[in-house]
Design a protein around this ligand. Structure first.
Ligand code: ITT
Length: 202
């Protein structure tokens, strides 16, 4: 079965490929198909943006498609950056701009700085339009640590670990992350609509 990932984020695509690699899928990216589209993410929920991305790309490619909308929700910031996680510090900001903005906003707030990472996946095909959610809770640390991963990984310490996501190897992060949890639910669903060789019935 072919599965198209509707994302322009190379780090996210790499993680999704790693997490789904024990499953017999032909995973395609937008680059693989020469699709150069940036979907406007203007919904106010992760689910709304995930659906927007998956539906728009499915309408172009006609291949079963998934989109992940994800982000970090920080308790003391009223769940920000939330759906604005990618461009929190401005339209063309870097990951470190976002982390610096987050840490400066938290500098005068009482600790611990509780937070959670959220991933919402939409699977869209001719017959199905399904949502799968995963989250992982933890704390924001005082300064960035580690060089693996991407985005807010250097400032997020998952519960049960002394290391940030950016200090964990990709294998370790992928065992527990918000994205591995949403994709695990996708895998369970795919089992119900494909045969054991992932020959599609969709
Ligand atoms: P696509 O929409 O093209 O998939 P994007 O980066 O714009 O790429 P989102 O709109 O879902 O994706 O924004 C997600 C942002 O949340 C991402 O850019 C990171 O800043 C952050 N984020 C999501 N998952 C993360 C993770 O596992 N580790 C660190 N940061 C993450």
């Amino acid at each position: 079965m072919k599965l198209l990932i509707a994302s322009n984020n190379k780090n996210k695509i790499k993680e999704i490929r790693e997490i789904l690699n024990d499953y017999n899928l032909e995973i395609l990216s937008l680059d693989d198909l020469g699709i150069d589209v940036e979907v406007i993410e203007d919904a106010d929920t992760f689910e709304g943006n995930a659906r927007k991305k998956a539906h728009e790309i499915y309408s172009i490619a006609n291949i079963p498609t998934i989109a992940d909308d994800s982000g970090l929700m920080v308790d003391a910031l009223d769940d920000k950056p939330g759906v604005h996680s990618a461009r929190y510090a401005g339209p063309s900001c870097s990951y470190s701009d976002n982390n610096n903005k987050l840490l400066s906003e938290l500098s005068n707030k009482p600790k611990p700085h509780r937070a959670k990472f959220v991933s919402v996946i939409n699977f869209k095909s001719a017959e199905y339009d399904e949502i799968f959610e995963g989250y992982f809770e933890g704390e924001i640390v005082e300064s960035p640590r580690g060089s693996y991963g991407f985005g807010y990984d250097p400032v997020f310490k998952p519960d049960g670990y002394d290391l940030t996501f950016a200090e964990l190897s990709s294998e370790e992060k992928n065992k527990i992350s918000h994205r591995s949890r949403s994709l695990q639910k996708l895998k369970e669903f795919l089992k119900t609509i494909t045969d054991c060789n992932c020959q599609t019935i969709i």
